[in-house]
Design a protein around this ligand. Structure first.
Ligand SMILES: *Cc1c(COP(=O)(O)O)cnc(C)c1O
Length: 410
């Protein structure tokens, strides 16, 4: 009972570097330090390894190596895709850009920025299941669009968008399609031709490679204006000496991921489903957020009524358990998650929402450990909520709570 563990259930935020990935990277931090642009043997050796890494990433996506651009991560890939495409294709269909309201900030903020800088933009609503409505997508595209960017799997609730259907509609109307696949890559099959997308972002540190490396797939024939100007790295699209160890690590993680994808997904889904089942069985007044079937296999987002997510986070952290809350504290503030808000979840429920995201190193014992602590933590946090009836163990309405307070004061 007093056993103390460290349990990490926050893999949608970041993942540990796989030991084999670190092993593959080490030579490129030591003796293989050449600059891939150099003409001598030091440069040549590294250049050849980057070419191999590009082949590995391309093959995983069903793309050609020349369609892969290495970047500093998901954020840069998203920026390069959207700004790069917008700037290079202002004349296509009036240059309008469409995205969804539940995108990662690396997409949403880019589209908002372009909106403030002369581009027509439109942000699509989502339903309570966090999926876009294909009717609204069609209507938006019919108005004339240069680029539509809709994420594949959502990082907060895991919902998987109908990317292939959107891409097909976009293609018919001469619009390009980008998808942020950071949360699906290596969790479910992600093939650019099956999805029909023109651009696709991925990130290393979400797939057990290091932070600071990622890639953007760009279909042959698509023109982008670079964000970085400088040397001729990445065929002039992304200037800057390559992050060689990062790229080698990314390719190793992709190799491992491709070889073990089914097994990893099955394990993650089993653990996620077990955690979901036990939370629903052992804790009252819980709601599961997002689409129950169309969901990345490792993600569980739940609302506990009458609790403050931050209080849960702190209490779980003290027990050694790492999760995320429905309040984005990225800026140090406690803004309710824009994803849960877009799904129409009321503020007070958003504040009681937690995200559990499972990774390869998690075990059944981790779930047992969480379930030894979570029910007791929820109960103690609920005790201080004015909307929790301690005696009857139930949620009361604001009116009932107010009436109760009046009676107590008499
Ligand atoms: C983490 C994440 C990003 C950002 O990737 P970085 O490599 O951290 O810049 C973008 N999109 C989604 C969906 C993510 O989960």
């Amino acid at each position: 009972m007093n056993e103390r563990r460290r349990v990490y259930f926050d893999h949608n935020a970041t993942t540990p570097v796989h030991p084999a990935v670190l092993e593959a990277m080490l030579p490129y931090l030591k003796e293989q330090y050449g600059n891939p642009s150099s003409g001598h043997q030091f440069g040549r050796a590294v250049r050849n390894r980057i070419a191999e890494a590009r082949e590995i990433v391309a093959a995983a996506l069903g793309a050609k190596p020349a369609e892969i651009y290495f970047t500093s991560g998901g954020t840069e890939s998203d920026n390069l895709a959207i700004k790069g495409y917008a700037w290079a294709n202002r004349k296509t269909n009036g240059g309008a850009i469409v995205t969804s309201s539940i995108e990662h900030p690396a997409v949403l903020e880019v589209v908002k920025y372009l909106g403030k800088n002369g581009f027509q933009t439109r942000i699509l609503k989502v339903g309570p299941d966090a999926l876009v409505d294909l009717g609204e997508v069609r209507e938006a595209l019919d108005a004339g669009v240069a680029l539509i960017s809709v994420m594949h799997g959502n990082n907060e609730v895991g919902s998987i968008q109908p990317v292939a259907e959107i891409a097909a509609m976009a293609k018919e109307r001469g619009a390009a399609m980008h998808t942020d696949a950071v949360q699906t890559f290596m969790k479910i099959p992600v093939k650019v031709d099956e999805l029909g997308v023109d651009m696709l972002s991925l990130s290393g540190h979400k797939i057990n490679a290091p932070k600071g490396v990622g890639a953007l797939y760009v279909r042959k024939g698509i023109k982008l204006t670079p964000l970085n100007h400088g040397g001729h790295h990445e065929r002039g699209v992304r200037a800057g000496t390559e992050n060689v160890p990062g790229i080698i690590g990314l390719a190793k993680a992709v190799e491992l991921g491709v070889a073990n994808m089914e097994e990893n997904a099955r394990r993650a889904r089993e653990l996620r489903d077990e955690l979901e089942r036990r939370i629903l069985a052992e804790i009252p007044f819980v709601i599961v957020n997002g689409h129950r079937e169309r969901r990345t296999p490792n993600t569980l987002n739940v609302t506990f009524e009458c609790v403050e997510g931050e209080a849960l986070l702190i209490n779980l952290d003290m027990a050694g358990i790492a999760i995320s809350t429905g309040s984005a504290c990225s800026s140090g503030s406690l803004d309710p998650s824009h994803v849960l808000m877009a799904m129409g979840i009321p503020h007070e429920l958003i504040h009681g929402s937690l995200r559990f995201s499972v990774g390869h190193e998690n075990t059944r014992e981790d779930i047992d450990y969480v379930m030894r602590h979570l029910p007791r933590i929820i109960a103690s946090v609920r005790e201080i909520s004015p909307l929790w009836d301690v005696k009857n163990q139930r949620v009361v309405s604001v009116e009932e709570a107010a009436a109760g307070a009046r009676i107590a004061r008499k």
